[in-house]
Design a protein around this ligand. Structure first.
Ligand code: SF4
Length: 356
């Protein structure tokens, strides 16, 4: 058997029993692929089942309110993915009768669908002869072909996509793509790859030359950014204030607890808007002793909570000073995590409850 055949045979013997592998359904595969970007399989599975139970098909998803979809996405983070999934469902309902198109160019026009997802759905659901490229595939192929350049960046994407296309098993493209990804997830691990149990052993150049520790090469040009911020807890009885800014730096399009970054420079891209500064000055706050950490992509945050309890009339008059760039609403504290579906809300609520 050649390496591709051995890889496929290994996959058929060892593949994990995952719900979205049970039938070749484009919708289920699409949702699973989006959820698995940035989320591990074990963490994603219960959320995937709940999401599919609530939105069993594209039409149901297209009819849902954005808040419902964001709430069902809670626990997965990166909420722009959830918003795009809903937009894509609306697009597919209007343009393709609620079906995923069987065409790569058309698939790439769907909101939130990039080359990886389009190729994954088309190959797995419809056996299209297109190779996928994700983090696992890049690692496996860069080692198999001993690709010694930096694997981050567009040049590497082009080079590795060409290698993936050439390596594709044309008889079973969907299973082949899943096999390479599965190999990356289970055997060709970032640290200490299990070469002795790998179906590609003997043909893998990096394993033969003993360079598995240094390939793939990842040279990052983006530095980690550390930010300190205050989260404003402005409550009145059993309700708390959420705001939505026109141009927020993070958590776009959501109603959130007001987050006020501490910066030295008014022109800093993370500097609070004038509305936020005004909000911060409008109430008397007590700073809670606890701090907590949160990460969004390469941003590492440290947050402190500032708490203010106010009387409804005072609150109303103060909030009426804000213009159209800052929307606001009151939500029941018990509904905070569904109205602001982010782990930030959960962490803040927990801290507040400890104080009560
Ligand atoms: S032989 Fe080792 S390095 Fe090569 S693909 Fe298999 S696990 Fe990865």
């Amino acid at each position: 058997m050649n390496p591709k055949e051995r890889l496929l045979a290994w996959f058929h013997r060892n593949k994990r029993d995952l719900p979205f592998r049970k039938k070749k359904a484009a919708y289920e595969i699409w949702i699973s692929e989006i959820m698995l970007q940035q989320t591990r399989v074990a963490a994603m599975l219960p959320l995937y089942s709940k999401f599919l139970a609530k939105f069993p098909d594209i039409e149901t998803l297209a009819k849902a309110q954005e808040e419902e979809v964001l709430s069902a996405w809670q626990g997965l983070g990166y909420y722009s993915r959830a918003r795009n999934i809903r937009k894509a469902a609306i697009y597919l309902t209007s343009n393709f009768n609620g079906r995923f198109p069987k065409d790569l160019t058309e698939a790439l026009k769907i909101p939130g669908i990039g080359p990886y997802t389009a190729r994954a759905v088309l190959s797995i659901a419809y056996d299209f002869r297109v190779a996928v490229l994700d983090g696992n595939v890049k690692r496996v192929l860069s080692r198999f072909f001993q690709y010694e350049e930096n694997i981050l960046g567009s040049k590497a994407d082009r080079d590795l996509q060409a290698l993936a296309d050439g390596f594709l098993n044309l008889e079973s493209p969907g299973d082949h793509n899943q096999a390479v990804m599965e190999l990356g997830a289970m055997i060709c691990l970032p640290e200490n790859p299990k070469c002795l149990t790998c179906p590609l052993i003997g043909d893998c150049k990096t394993q033969v030359t003993g360079k598995t520790d240094s390939i793939p090469r990842r040279i990052k040009d983006k530095k980690q950014i550390h930010l300190f911020g205050n989260i404003l807890w402005i409550a009145c009885g059993d309700e708390v204030l959420l705001i939505r800014e026109l141009r927020p730096r993070f958590l776009k399009g959501m109603y959130v607890l007001p987050i006020f970054f501490v910066t030295e420079d008014r022109d800093d891209v993370y500097a609070p808007s004038e509305d936020l500064e005004l909000l911060n000055l409008s109430f008397d706050f007590r700073t809670l002793p606890m701090k907590f950490k949160h990460t969004i992509t390469h941003h590492k945050f440290e947050f402190q909570i500032k708490r203010s309890e106010v009387i409804k009339d005072v609150l109303k008059s103060k909030m009426n000073q804000f213009g159209p760039d800052l929307l606001w609403k009151w939500v029941k504290i018990e509904e905070l995590t569904s109205q602001f579906p982010s782990s930030i809300a959960r962490k803040v609520k927990m801290e507040i409850e400890k104080q009560n």
